[in-house]
Design a protein around this ligand. Sequence first.
Ligand code: G6P
Length: 606
Amino acid sequence: MCGIVGVTGTQEAASILIEGLKRLEYRGYDSAGIAIQRPHAQYVVKEQGKIKNLEACLDWAQLKGTCGIAHTRWATHGVPNRDNAHPHVAGKIALVHNGIIENYSALKVQLGKKGHVFASETDTEVLVHLIDDLYDGDLVTAVQKALAVVDGAFGIAVTHADEPDLIVGARRGSPLVVGVGDGVNFLASDVAAVMGHTRQVIYLDDGEMVTLRPDGVQVMTISNEEIIKEIQEITWDLGRIQKGGFEHFMLKEIFEQPATIRDAFRGRTLQETGDVKLGGIQLTDWELRNIRRIIILACGTSWHAGLVGEYMLEEYAHIPTEVEYASEFRYRSPIIEPGTLCLVISQSGETIDTLEAMREARRRGAKILGITNVVGSTIARESECGVYIHAGPEIGVASTKAFTSQVTILGLITILLGRRGHLSADRGTQMLRELERIPSLVQQVLDQSEAIHEIAKVYANHHNCLYLGRGVNFPIALEGALKLKEISYIHAEGYPAAEMKHGPIALIDPHMPVVVIATKDGSYEKIVGNVQEVRARHGKIISIVTEGDTEIAALSDHVITIPDTMNFWMPLLSVIPLQLLAYHIAVIRGEDVDQPRNLAKAVTVE
Ligand code: G6P
């Protein structure tokens, strides 16, 4: 977590850094800070809270300088206050850090004995003191020596007042990208921070470091071996990371879904043969046919997409599939048999638990297929083969469009594998034809945003909410509940509808709204029974039903109708009203929709 940005060039650095920080604010917003280089001194300003708080206390006259580093924080060690904000300073060195220094306590004791005095509770401050302790006139060497004794994860940017146009960066576990400009160079946690200045980037890999000066960048390993890195070109536009007239990024991203779902399958379907081509899957037909088991690794919303994938893959590709929380998988002794394919799903491609679980699965012999959104992210680069979901930058911390794109890709992978097994060409063609219709069906659901807003008004002040679904709509119930708790702070739980009888039914009373996803499928009659059970206990029922439904509609307090489609693709429609419901409730409650408290978009700490 945390976002870091640095620039060294000939223009004033401060405004570039503040603009970059704003694009990284999704990575954390507990505090922010900036350090500008001056000959033999640094000017450092930090403030608790969001970047606008930092901006409010900047003295622009003091900020003149062409080289600097900045940080937006998601707190790990130490409360979110000004003392714990980055940059941290020791002597003439300033440092910003994303990650966790695991052996900081021991290092702090050693450095304390040598006279170092600490002003914060952070692990990061220990690292800057360590570099200062080892500094002997050359910042690069001091950083290398310090990182050799540090355990844990880091993406860092470091400056020294006596080397005023130099930034040293290094990474292990946390993302860092170099922006290569003309007479100016950048370092950041994410390309979004350098967009608008350059499209030429170099992605650093773990164990690498970089020196940036106005006239060039040099990449080497932390153990000082020089390396030649490829410069890559960013192909998307700045417009894709701006709000485009919507009140919030989240709403913009919800409304982008007809386009993003189409982008996920565009050029990848072969309707004639009912087949799919995914360029990034470099496995032969023989290898695809010999996949005996699939393990899906993910966290958060990506994990919910994985659960939808499990239903798809088992039913249509007939391959046993398990979905694992990446954080649990990596710390047990998972059994990987020959013929195991691991699908690693991550919007950011940087979630540390997912990344480490992927590495563990690979060590144990699984084939790895990464499903990511952020091009050039660590999971994308470390996967043997992969598929980009092409959803474009997702800025709202609560994931929406990435989820539907992930589900679309899982559907395509299911068809790909199914066609190498039992799935007939006719059935494949039917599924792909239906997929073509999905973007316009999603639009029909989006058109009901105002009606969903009216329902949101009724429930915005409730304290609890239950979400029920069966079959492929069970993960959608989980995702609906997650969206609500993430952005409106209302306690919400998703449950398989039939499981309600084994506990949650005790909670039902006239104050408990129950969202029931009851689309027409094989378990429809069963869910009618579950709705009756809620109604008998005077719970309030908000149902998501397919067009033409009258039975559940008659039992419900509020009804949201979605168009009919194949059960296979239904999650792409049934999740949309739940995203909108959560969004409108959060807005009515006055919550910070795009940057909900305590959360971050990319969780790069365990
Ligand atoms: C964080 C975000 C969630 C996201 C999860 C997994 O918790 O707030 O929105 O679903 O991380 O992120 P990933 O980038 O791996 O999909």
